[in-house]
Design a protein around this ligand. Structure first.
Ligand SMILES: [Zn+2]
Length: 254
């Protein structure tokens, strides 16, 4: 069974959430999902859904594109919930130029994660080097880290491997243009990779440009199986085991 380590079901990105929640609850291939918040409100919604649905777990955080006037005290309080397994997604995004503010939120959220012994989920849009710079000069996640939807670069991959940081593969690995991602997938050690849909975004082939959903994780697993020459069931088993190792709270009581 597979764990979708990064997806979004909340009002900020999706109408008819119930339909998508039901589809996951009824999908025998899906063991668990991590429903990732983008700001305080969507993080609260994620927790609400996780409480009511056994397969659902929550990551809570302020995404770099939504950093304006968000309350980190509230984030801290929310993280006490047993189904909150990570802080994220947090990081840097070059689509906006408010770097100082992004950086401040990013660092403060790593402080929270370290204090609460939680791993972090990194969103880095054309910013791997800047993120790594913050890790080296300001603060490093102490309880695990995953680069979600990893933007492929062999140097950055080597840094991640040295630090035991995880790399997560999403729909882009199925695209014809994914040459560099395939190179990264070939090099990433089996104990350090995860799979995710990032739904409702970035649908894999053959559904590119349609709304994505967790069921499509199978196409990402298929592609990784082809690249790594490991059968699909084994890819599922490995990535689920990796997810449980990274998101430790997920396995404490559930
Ligand atoms: Zn995301």
């Amino acid at each position: 069974m597979a764990i979708d380590s990064h997806m979004h079901i909340h009002k900020k990105v999706l109408e008819n959430q119930e339909k998508y929640i039901e589809a996951i609850n009824n999908n025998a291939m899906i063991e668990r999902v991590i429903n990732v918040g983008l700001d305080i409100k969507s993080s609260e919604e994620s927790i609400h859904i996780s409480k009511a649905n056994q397969k659902f777990f929550s990551a809570i955080g302020i995404h770099p594109l939504y950093v304006a006037s968000q309350n980190l005290e509230t984030l801290y309080e929310l993280s006490n919930n047993p189904k909150v397994v990570a802080i994220g997604e947090i990081g840097l995004d070059t689509n906006k130029r408010n770097f100082e503010e992004q950086k401040k939120y990013f660092i403060n959220q790593i402080v929270i994660a370290n204090e609460l012994h939680l791993p972090v989920i990194i969103h880095s849009n054309n910013a791997n080097k800047l993120v790594i710079d913050i890790f080296e000069k300001d603060i490093k996640p102490k309880y695990g880290c995953v680069f979600h939807c990893f933007q492929p670069n062999i140097d950055d991959l080597e840094y991640c491997i040295e630090n035991n940081f995880y790399i997560s593969f999403a729909g882009k690995i199925t695209y014809k243009t994914a040459k560099k991602s395939i190179e990264v997938a070939n090099k990433v050690p089996n104990h350090l990779f995860l799979v995710e849909t990032d739904s409702p975004y970035i649908s894999p082939e053959p559904f590119r440009n349609q709304r994505n959903e967790t069921a499509n994780i199978k196409y990402i697993i298929q592609k990784l199986s082809e690249i790594k020459q490991i059968n699909e069931k084994e890819i599922e088993r490995m990535t689920s085991e990796n997810a449980k190792k990274l998101f430790k709270k997920m396995d404490e009581k559930f």
